[in-house]
Design a binder for this molecule. Sequence first.
Ligand code: FAD
Length: 473
Amino acid sequence: MVNRKQDDVVIVGGGIAGMISANRAAQLGLKVTVLEKGTAQKYLCNTRITGGSFHICHRDIMHDEAILKQAILDSTAGFVPEEFAALIAKDGRRVVRWLQDEGLKFMRASGSEHHRWVLSPPGRSKPGIDWEGRAGDVLLRTLEQQLTRRGSAIVRGAHADALITDGARCTGVLATIAGQQKEFRARAVIITDGGFQGNPEMVGRYISKYPERIKQRGAGTGHGDGLRMAQAIGAATTSLDAFYGHVLSRDSLTNDLLWPYPMLDAIVTAGIIVNAHGERFVDEGRGGVFVANAIARLDDPLSAACIFDRDIWEQPGARELVPPNPNLPEVGGTLFQAEDLAALAAQAGLPAAALCATVDTYNSAIKQGVTSSLPLTPERRTQRYQPMMIAKPPFYAIPAVAGITYTMGGIAININTQVVRADASIIDGLFAAGIAAGGLEGGPQIGYVAGLARCGVTALRAAEHIAEQLGST
Ligand SMILES: Cc1cc2nc3c(=O)[nH]c(=O)nc-3n(C[C@H](O)[C@H](O)[C@H](O)COP(=O)(O)OP(=O)(O)OC[C@H]3O[C@@H](n4cnc5c(N)ncnc54)[C@H](O)[C@@H]3O)c2cc1C
């Protein structure tokens, strides 16, 4: 065992949350070490491959604070406490301004409100992954240069294994570097290891019986180490069963040109998605994130198929930055196509009579008139996504898979990002930020807020609170 001199702050994970916390703490005069398990110069993580859009609930992050706060409360049906919603609404814009001061550039990537503040240069609008020299890659490289300039450092190849405590206080991290265990002592520790989506055992325990039947729609580097380490010294967790992700072509399991884009959300929310019995199983009107969670929870997550018609394929199916039409068939994704539904069912391996009945019932409900929801089981909401008839041939089916980007639940924190126990008491010296911290998204509605905004806000807060505690502001 090798012991190191004590830092002010040790941070577990060098994604956006870790690197913002590190730089803000260093800016405030603290000595920081970031432990990053990745060994490559451009180690992969969700931040490295992010789309880079800073928004809050798909609203402009610079929008009126009260409106943004309400959007968070509405999206999560009150699961996110008001004080957290208010903090994200207030400080989201500060994250963008702070990053600009660090030298990062933003641009408008499309006419959509949530594309107003996108890291420049953004990924190119093409299928598959495209990160080198783009949004998150530029962000991480810039923040690392700044950290070095400020006299602090990131240690690559340092896998954090456990937290060190001195009685009730967290006083450091045990990490393995090149097979050797080392102690990193600190006056405060921040966990920013990015969630547990890349840990099949934990995904199996909390999210889906079949983690191997879910597509990693991200770097897959979040293994829940931070959660496990914090729990081991008494931390509470928030509900762990929801994730942020999208509906993808099932072929993305084997074809890297089919993730993270094109996504099938726009098709699913205009048409229907059915299970192996040819029946609807989820309210498609709740959006792609909700549908992806429902697919993951199916008895067989590899049994879902999107069903739609020509109008859906040619309108919502062709509208996004990297739409499935024409990208999906062009890069080899399966698109079944037939002049009638029975023939489509035969191609897609679905029971024809059941599929025809499901589509008939759905079309009849639309014909009765679209109010706030269609009289269907499961219910179909209509306020956010307009349901379209499945009536005009050719009819289409795409075998789907749930794509998981990050887990929404995590380590329980208070408003200062201090890690708390089940009785809300604070674990002194221990903080969590970014996706590792729970309670900022999710809940029964699987409410989406936004990864980057949530990471940036909690990361600034952690650094500033530590500096205040240590008398360094
Ligand atoms: C394709 C894609 C597109 C996205 N687009 C957007 C978007 O446009 N807008 C938006 O708001 N969000 C977006 N997101 C989500 C957003 O990028 C993430 O929420 C965010 O980057 C997560 O940051 P983080 O710092 O919490 O975690 P990460 O970036 O995952 O970083 C965590 C780091 O911790 C390290 N680590 C893990 N375990 C250990 C350990 N035991 N010891 C040491 N290090 C460890 C990992 O290697 C990793 O480097 C997107 C994500 C993806 C994948």
